[in-house]
Design a protein around this ligand. Structure first.
Ligand code: MG
Length: 456
């Protein structure tokens, strides 16, 4: 990992870390890379989520790009996957998204994109960083400064999704869906997409507002407490909630039950792998073994990567994967957008629901059952070393381990994963098993090994 970029882009508090000067220099550095790669007049697509600091940062980033001699297509407020889609659609040389995804409203960040819409490759990130820190910027002569044009991406993106699902089936069943885009970028897309697909739609928290007045934009169970009750009280078929930049979609069934992201990922993966007659499913080490069951059923292979959506996207491209996803409600359709796509996921779920004729809860309950436990422990000092030491202790006890990301101890009927957080001073411990008691036992075992590792 470099000095600037995290697992996907750079993020921090707006006006403190992510200042207009920072965005300007980022635009100049990225534009310089594109110029030096030999493009006469590079074209960059730029968009943002609804955050208060978004317009300020976008304008600064655009100025930086123009000063280097890049042309810019400004798509305004749009979901991250729509901006990724637009970068490919407009045949641009790169893209940039101003967003802090699910973080609280004071945060913002910048994600840079490849021409195909995927997050920037590592080797190019390193070059951007070098130019950024050395301030070794290209500067266009007065008559070579770039131009900006505005384009709408929301409508064509919605159309593109509609072309990829069975709209007739959805129209026939007319699902009743309640939508909560968290006042984020999904406010502009998801309610309209679902209506055009033939759903009856009621939306809450769907006026774009970067203060995120209604709830924290992270769509976890805690933050969706009220939404779960709304879905049930309205008698909807299901509810769908998004994060601030709408790359994730999280579902609530008709009984107001929060559905874990791996389960909806499993439903989507099952449908896609069946349509394609198998293939390769890419997911992370933190996702349920449920995905292995789904892959086996469809004669598909499974590849497990480190945690991170960009890592999954890179593996999908590199290995020609069919479908990818994570346990947090992020699903990647690599033949559409090379990143998590909340709207595409929702459209596919609506199609699955409509074609099945079943209730949403039935679709979920028919999936193989796994029990999961998740906990975390505050650890000061070298967290990675503690996790590695826990792995050594596990191997001394003759447990089978996987060190793709942290230490994962594998059992015949489950696993426990001990992994250092990349952003907080904590180590997370996740366990899973077919049997509830076993899952608890594996969690305890992981925690015990971690305690011993910290003590030793
Ligand atoms: Mg996001």
């Amino acid at each position: 990992m470099g000095k600037l970029f995290g697992t996907f882009g750079v993020r921090g508090i707006a006006s403190e870390k992510i200042t207009p000067e920072f965005a300007l220099k980022m635009g100049m550095a990225f534009g310089t890379v594109l110029k030096r790669e030999g493009r006469e007049r590079p074209l960059v697509v730029i968009g943002r989520d609804t955050r208060v600091s978004g317009e300020m940062l976008k304008d600064a980033l655009i100025s930086g790009l123009l000063s280097v001699g890049c042309d810019v297509i400004d798509v305004g407020i749009a979901p991250t996957p729509a901006i990724q889609w637009a970068t490919d659609h407009f045949k641009a040389d790169g893209g940039a998204v101003i967003t802090a995804s699910h973080n609280p409203p004071e945060y913002n960040g910048i994600k840079l994109l490849e021409p195909n819409g995927m997050g920037l490759k590592k080797e190019r990130e390193v070059v951007v960083e070098e130019i950024f820190f050395n301030e070794d910027f290209h500067r266009a002569k007065w008559d070579e400064i770039g131009d900006v044009r505005e384009e709408d991406v929301v409508k064509p993106y919605i159309e593109a999704i509609k072309n990829r699902v069975d709209v007739e089936a959805i129209k026939k069943r007319k699902p009743f869906v309640v939508v909560d885009p968290s006042n984020g970028a999904g406010s502009l897309t998801l309610p309209y997409l679902l209506r055009e697909l033939g759903c009856k739609v009621i939306s809450v928290n769907a006026h774009p507002d970067g203060h995120f007045p209604a709830r924290n934009p992270e769509p976890n169970e805690e933050n969706l407490k009220e939404f779960k009750e709304i879905v049930k009280a309205l008698g909807a078929d299901f509810g769908v909630a998004q994060d601030g930049d709408a790359d994730r979609a999280v579902f609530i069934d008709e009984n107001g039950r929060f559905i874990q992201g791996d389960k909806t990922f499993a439903l989507v993966a099952d449908a896609v792998l069946r349509e394609k007659g198998g293939g390769l499913l890419v997911t992370t080490v933190a996702t349920s073994n449920l995905l292995d069951d789904i892959a086996r059923k469809n004669n598909a292979r499974v590849m497990r990567t480190k945690v991170g959506d960009l890592i999954v996207a890179r593996a999908l491209i590199e290995h020609g994967g069919t479908i990818g996803g994570e346990e947090n409600g992020g699903v990647i359709f690599p033949d559409f957008v090379l990143g998590r796509d909340g709207a595409m996921t929702t459209a596919k779920i609506a199609e699955i629901f409509a074609r099945s004729g079943k209730r949403f809860s039935e679709l979920i309950d028919e999936l193989p059952t796994y029990y999961q436990f998740k906990t975390k422990r505050k650890v000061e000092g070298d967290r990675k070393a503690a996790v590695a030491r826990a792995g050594e202790l596990a191997r001394e006890k003759r447990y089978r381990t996987d060190t793709t990301d942290g230490t994962k101890i594998l059992f015949s009927d489950g696993w426990v994963l001990v992994r250092a957080s990349g952003t907080e001073p904590i180590i997370r411990v996740f366990s899973e098993a077919k049997d509830e008691e076993k899952a608890k036992e594996y969690l305890e075992l992981g925690l015990n090994l971690l305690e011993k590792a910290i003590g030793s």
